[in-house]
Design a protein around this ligand. Sequence first.
Ligand code: ATP
Length: 827
Amino acid sequence: MKNENRLIEEAPPSVLEKFVSQLNNPFTFVLFAAAAISLLLSEYSDVIVILAVVIFNGVFGVIQEGKAEHALAALKKMTSPTALIRKGGTVRRVPAVSLEPGDVVLLEAGDQVPADIQLTEASHLAVEESALTGESLPVHKSAGQSVFMSTLITDGRGEGVVTKIGMDTEIGKIAALIHKSESSQTPLQKRLGKLGKSLSILALVLCALLFALALAMGRDVPEMLVTAISLAVAAVPEGLPAIVTIVLAIGVSRLASAGTIVRKMPSVETLGSVSVVCSDKTGTLTQNRMTVTAYYENGKITSASERKPSRLLDGFVLCNNAILAGRQRIGDPTELALLDWAASHKVYKEALEIRYPRVDEQPFSSEARRMATRHKKNGRLISYIKGASDVVLAKCTELASYGSVKPLTASARRTIEQAVETMSGEGLRVLALAEDNVFLGLVGMKDPVRPESLPAIRRFREAGIQTVMITGDHKNTAFSIAKELELADQPSQCLTGEELDRLSDEELEQKITNCRVFARVSPGHKVRIVKAFQKSGHLAAMTGDGVNDAPSLKTADIGIAMGKCGTDVAKGAADMILTDDNFATIEKAIAGGRGIYENIRKSVLFLLSSNFGEIMTMFTAVAAGLAVPLQAIHILWVNLITDSLPALALGMDKNEDALLMHDPPRDPEESLMAHGGWFCTCFYGFLIAGISLFAFLMLPVLMLRQMDMELTLGNLRVALETPAVLARAQTYAFTTLGVSQLFHAIGMRNQRKSIFEMNHLQNPMMFLALFLGLGLQAAVTEIPVLIRIFGTAPLALHEWGFLLALSAVPLFAHQLLLLRKSGKKKG
Ligand code: ATP
């Protein structure tokens, strides 16, 4: 195998190990106990069916787990690191795994070092080496020193040659340090795991109770053992853990195809509870396609396309780290815009750099809001500073005006500030330029908003989610764009970083609910903003892309990193990554998160109500001293075959977005049973038990009628003692139970809509589940081998007709409940 630049991970468990781990749950133990007792009682067909079910469940689990892993591996690939290399005179981005010793790699703040690299160049380079040394304070590195794989560049820029790759690197040598993956169970999964355990215990208690009851009533011990087992099987929702895992996996891969990569599973649930989204402006709400539209020089604002400025171009081009060569565009869009503008006036960076070689630089940072370079010019050194106007102006003492240099008086300063106000008031990003301490001029660039942003913001508003803009830009620029996006309509809704610094935490907390725009803030402010929102009762999502955004991404309930222009550091700290950096994708993610939760809720309620129906059917009959309406294998069949399919279909339901985004965010503490969950479980449980018992007793009652015998429990008991009658009565109950749950699932898709209003084409899986379920249910009553195994009786057409009609009762109930609800609303 070719030596690739990657760290070898732990070998994944074998298929057999996976299978065994699938079986390792309380549900399976109950089933094994049932099989063992059936074996003792020589009920061989029961033993076979129970074991078959266990194996089926295990295999199904392994396959689904495999699929989920596959989906996650694909996601991992999408987020795998890349490296910028210089080869044959060009710079390009390649996957980090393809690096080889000798490659020349460019490094900048925010990168994760892709291999062990010896630096040939370094400018203010700082590296955080905690992955290797445990020390989290960054260390400065200069040319000649090495940087190591998996460490993080926190500041500056550098270039170097790859010396070691993959397992030969320093980090590769200490493989033991490589983090194991964190537990990826969501809080909901954990809560459901607990629920499963309690249900298993409940099952055992029920069995013991029933067994004791039967003994006290003097009934046949082996028969009651079998019954107790059946009841235990009925009480345990065997399919539940598998269904939840699958729904999550499907949901997560759906989110990925919509542009959101989930890094931390639990955040999928948190998504549905987000009540405020703090979004970066540049590139997320706007397109990050900057174009210079105006400049200010010699006291005048001029349109950029009109005339060539006299002194601005050289400085903006030299104090610039972007690369523009033919179709190659690498670097910050702000800087690329400056190069485009210069190129339109035939000023090119390569040529200028040969004439005025760069000797030093201070790279741009969001905190400093400026960048500076030093160049050799005609035998002397000059420096350029470009950056936010206030920062640059603060460094200037003089002013260039029509070829001469004048002192920068207070009134000249005001004139410049006036120009900044005018340009930023039009939504332009304003950058100033100075040579040494001489102010040269301003440039204004337009960054159009993304067309998808406004509709997404409106939908958020409808869904009770507030959108807040965070930007390093000038207050005016930010407010003008916020107005366009309907985020703010009064300047009082904007807060600047400076104002923020003057507020105490308590004051900020009070003020924050009215704030929609945070301007001139640095990443350090973001943590305070998130915390203030959280304190005031919000669940906050926050976007980020830079090195210094990592703390706020971690503090936010959902940290969202940008996939395209985000740094490795931000991605590493985030809960999810937007592949297209687009604000509208956050909206899709939140709708998706709400949908996943809703789907889990629907399948869980469906399974619980079905199980409750089974328990009630069994318990009522046995407590009345009647024969069991369902054998253990009938219940297993329903739980694992006819129940699983519709539960899965419910879990994959494409909820109509409009419906999901109408409700306010969900309280994160809310139980799955909230909003009528218990009612749904009990109501449909009783209903299903009622019709199943009705089906079970139909035949003996008719017989008693025909024989003119009195309708007493004792007589019913006797009538059910005839094996042929019992088999047919059980088949009725079994069929009704199985089919009614299939129908029940259709209604469960949407408890607020009539089945005639639902768009059934949106869930083709449900059709499949319905027809497959009906087919399988028919198979056990019509195919001779299965009849023998299940102890059923073949049914005539009219019997099928009647049982189907009876099974549709849950759907009638669904319609009736809706009528009552709408009646209440009107009343
Ligand atoms: P966000 O992405 O959070 O919306 P932003 O991109 O608007 O933030 P920054 O990139 O931190 O904010 O820029 C803040 C300010 O720094 C800008 O308003 C501009 O004046 C200045 N600035 C931006 N890019 C550069 C650069 N490459 N060189 C010099 N100054 C810059």
